[in-house]
Design a binder for this molecule. Sequence first.
Ligand SMILES: [Zn+2]
Length: 387
Amino acid sequence: MTDPNQPTYDLILSGGTVLDPASGLNARRDVAIRGDRIAAIDTGLSAPGAKVVDCTGSTVVPGLVEGHSHIFEQVSKVGAPADEAHLRRGVVAVADAGTAGASTFAAFQRVVVEGNAMRVVNFLNVSVLGLIDFRFGELLNPDTLVVDDALEVAAANPDVVRGFKIRLSEDVVGPNWMSLLKKSIELAEQARLPLMVHIGETEEPLPVVLEQLRPGDIVAHCYTGKPHGILDDDKVLAQVLEARERGVLFDSAHGRSNLSFNVARQAIACGFLPDILSSDTSARNWRGPVFDLVTSIAKLVALGAPLDECIRRATVAPAELLGLAGEGYGRLEVGGRADVTVLTETSEVELPDASGNVITAPRLEPTTVVHEGALVETTPWRGEATA
Ligand SMILES: [Zn+2]
């Protein structure tokens, strides 16, 4: 006989430390799930017939939100597999950062947005071509920045287009970088959306770029080891701190060539954490050195960033930036989305950055991933295979 007073749950994540930066909860709790909703967050939860996952010793966080990735693999040589490198590694919502441009957006919508279980949004590349192939800069022909085309796609797809992206590296924009940046900011202003600006090998020092940016615009690759980064010797540039003060955001966006442990360690020691902690996963790096978002988090933790601050920057912070907080992403709450990632610290391994350095530190492994109330089949870390 079933006791009518006994709660009914489908799944209980039992005994882990629940870390939810949105609410400030950081304590040992059980998380009970019914259907696609969180039914309870409390101690001592049980229900007859519920599947119980023992999370003792692990950290239970909201389903991760990846603020910068590349997942348009069907059209772009840059795209990583969406499911394998994201959902199966604990990410439930993802922003593609400029792989699609206005001319390829329809395919992006059909294949990536509609074709994935994850919630997908994007930063639309200001070049109509998008980022098809790393070998050929998408803005070397400046005429590919067609304001009307970008505006039209953004206006017609407000549920997906959450900003624009320009890559300012010299090999992408050539000598026209300032006029292209100004045109991109005008475009973003007209659409009332943020502009994400990729730095690393820009022609001019970073302060010249920062001067142009508006509050809410995003600097991607803030820990790049390439010339014209955020550091001046061992200090964060005053102009970088001033830009942050007036609302310019900084995204870590690891990528194949834009995370230097030396820069990150120094910046973290100065108290400079990224506003958004993202992986910039792509076809070139998802088998290493980036691997995935959880490994990007583990690297910054190993360099001294507090775990709760890192989780905030990979859950509620990007959810708010991307307009996904209203859909319940990035937080754990009773009645909210049953999207949960359970992170378990591994033994120490060698973790590479993008500048040829290695640290020995524990990884974070997404040992259990729940998406819309259902357990996701996870994939193993790619690192050992390539070691
Ligand atoms: Zn990127």
